[in-house]
Design a protein around this ligand. Structure first.
Ligand code: HEC
Length: 203
């Protein structure tokens, strides 16, 4: 936890450096500012959790239906065409940007940036110490970013588990055909697969 916090504090410092001005205001202003920013943080955390779970539900439901109808190979093709569109449609609904990013990606568009990589590595440290992973917010100049862990479940092993053991050979062939640079395999149940990264633009 301490590790992640230190990383986030450093990031926060780097991002906000230069934009904060010298006007410190009086004590009352400061109190009001604090209350407002706590309220804002609560709002972004709540909204982030809702949007992440809505997106997760939508993707999982579509996946299960497709696997039922056309098997795992059919679902891989479906994901290839529709996964980003599905996340974007939920993002549009809430006027935010929704990404699922990872340090070991299948689709090159889901590559984590430096802030997201720092959060992923912080989460990994916490997991190795048996600590509970919580969503976090990072304030940037023009946006607030909500990030939360994506943990590997049973269903996910079909396409992100160990080839030959969890991923059938014929399905691995389809994955390689659509994603020749795929690195999103060899995960176990309960592993950190990546993170949600949801950006709210500041009004
Ligand atoms: C039927 C196969 C299949 C199953 C089952 C599956 N995925 Fe994926 N996953 C994919 C494909 C294909 C992509 C790339 C989607 C794209 O092109 O946008 C992907 C991408 C992702 C990404 C985005 C990062 C990246 O590597 O591109 C995450 C995160 C992810 N999956 C998590 C999960 C989780 C968690 C589960 C279980 C709840 C799961 N997946 C189940 C096939 C699958």
């Amino acid at each position: 936890m301490a590790n992640l916090l230190i990383r986030i504090i450093i990031l926060f410092f780097l991002i906000t450096i230069g934009i904060s001005c010298g006007n410190s205001g009086n004590k009352l202003d400061k109190k009001e500012d604090k209350a407002r920013s706590e309220k804002e943080q609560e709002y972004y955390l709540d909204q982030g959790k809702i949007i992440a779970s809505k997106t997760f539900e939508t993707l999982s439901k579509e996946l299960s239906v497709k696997i039922g109808e056309e098997g795992v190979a059919g679902a891989i093709k479906y994901c290839n065409v529709n996964a980003l569109g599905l996340t974007d449609s939920i993002a549009d609904l809430y006027s935010v940007e929704v990404k699922r990013v990872s340090d070991k990606i299948r689709n090159q568009n889901n590559r984590a940036d430096s802030i997201e990589l720092a959060v992923i590595s912080g989460y990994r440290d916490m997991m190795s110490k048996g600590e509970q992973l919580e969503p976090i917010l990072v304030q940037e100049a023009a946006k607030v970013r909500f990030m939360a862990p994506i943990i590997l479940k049973e269903l996910c092993l079909n396409c992100h588990g160990v080839p030959g053991t969890n991923i059938l050979d014929q399905n691995m062939e389809v994955i390689n055909q659509y994603y020749p640079q795929d690195r999103a395999i060899d995960y176990s149940l309960g592993d950190l697969r990546g993170i949600w990264s949801i950006s709210f633009s500041k009004q």
